[in-house]
Design a protein around this ligand. Structure first.
Ligand SMILES: [Zn+2]
Length: 295
């Protein structure tokens, strides 16, 4: 009995979105073979044995390492920390989807767990009509995504050079990640939708307050410039305020402390002090921005 290798099953999945993919070097269309993607001009990119494709045209160094992505994946999949967010995004997509086929792109997917959760929620609702791809500039993240999630397409790629043809994406997700609106606008189809999640002032407020001895009003985080930029680039924008508190056990709190950039400059002593403080209830506070492509 033959069983498809990870590379072969990824190639099979990728061939479903073959006409959407564009060469990162020359933008021409690409053909998906069993082991590689090749464009009309002969630029070719191997499908890694883990099932992803690296479409970067230059080497990129990021601050995100393997351990960080491990923490993030565990926190997302093993705790309910992001569950209300996934639920909300899934509902929003179902609302706009109608009966048409959908191609969803998670731009800045990291290790892919957000996209996996949302895609799964959608497939429970309408099987087989929805394909999904995640891109991220951090190879370590995409490598993890491909390792754990076989039902989505994974590419190491630059948000400033998204490897999809113009007007081929129905929905772009951009969750707690930088954006590139020129590229988002190019790849979104005519009625395409962008959904961006940005932190609001109370997101991880317990860590922010612990992080800083300044008075609280100085430490408040403002997402206003980010929100304003989104309004400039999309039309009929809706902003949803999503707020909840999550009680984390010691293990998941530890994962959060590993994952968030807020603690990257913390000393071991400070981290231990936080753990010993008894704070277990952590605030989540997001703006979910939804906007349609401008004509
Ligand atoms: Zn090419």
């Amino acid at each position: 009995m033959s069983r498809l290798s990870k590379r072969e099953s990824s190639a099979q999945l990728m061939s479903q979105i073959e006409s959407n993919i564009s060469c990162p070097n020359c933008k021409s269309s690409m053909r998906v073979d069993v082991a590689q993607l090749t464009c009309e001009k002969g630029h070719s990119f191997d499908i890694a044995k883990q099932g992803y494709v690296n479409l970067l045209t230059r080497a990129v160094k990021t601050n995100y390492n393997k351990e960080l992505f491990d923490s993030r994946r565990k926190l997302i999949t093993e705790s309910v920390f992001f569950a209300p967010l996934h639920q909300k995004l899934t509902e929003l997509i179902i609302e706009v989807q109608g009966s048409s086929r959908l191609f969803i792109l998670d731009a800045g997917s990291g290790e892919g767990s957000h996209l996996y959760k949302i895609h799964h929620g959608l497939l429970d609702y309408t099987p087989e009509k929805i394909t999904a791809a995640g891109i991220d500039i951090a190879k370590e993240g995409i490598l993890k995504a491909a390792k754990y999630y076989g039902g989505q397409n994974w590419f190491v790629a630059d948000l400033a050079n998204i490897p999809f043809q113009k007007q081929t994406v129905n929905i772009i997700l951009n969750i707690l990640s930088p954006a590139n609106y020129d590229e988002f606008t190019r790849v979104l189809e005519k009625d395409g939708l962008a959904i961006k999640v940005v932190p609001q002032k109370d997101y991880l407020i317990q860590l922010r307050e612990f992080n800083d001895d300044r008075p609280k009003h100085d430490t408040l985080y403002s997402n206003e410039p980010t929100v304003e930029l989104f309004y400039q680039h999309f039309k009929d924008v809706e902003k949803i305020d999503l707020q909840y508190d999550v009680l984390l056990d010691e293990e998941h709190l530890d994962l959060l402390l590993h994952m968030t950039p807020l603690t990257w400059n913390w000393s071991d002593e400070k981290t231990n002090n936080f753990k010993a403080s008894g704070i277990r209830s952590i605030s989540v506070d997001f703006d979910v921005l939804i906007g349609y492509k401008k004509l």
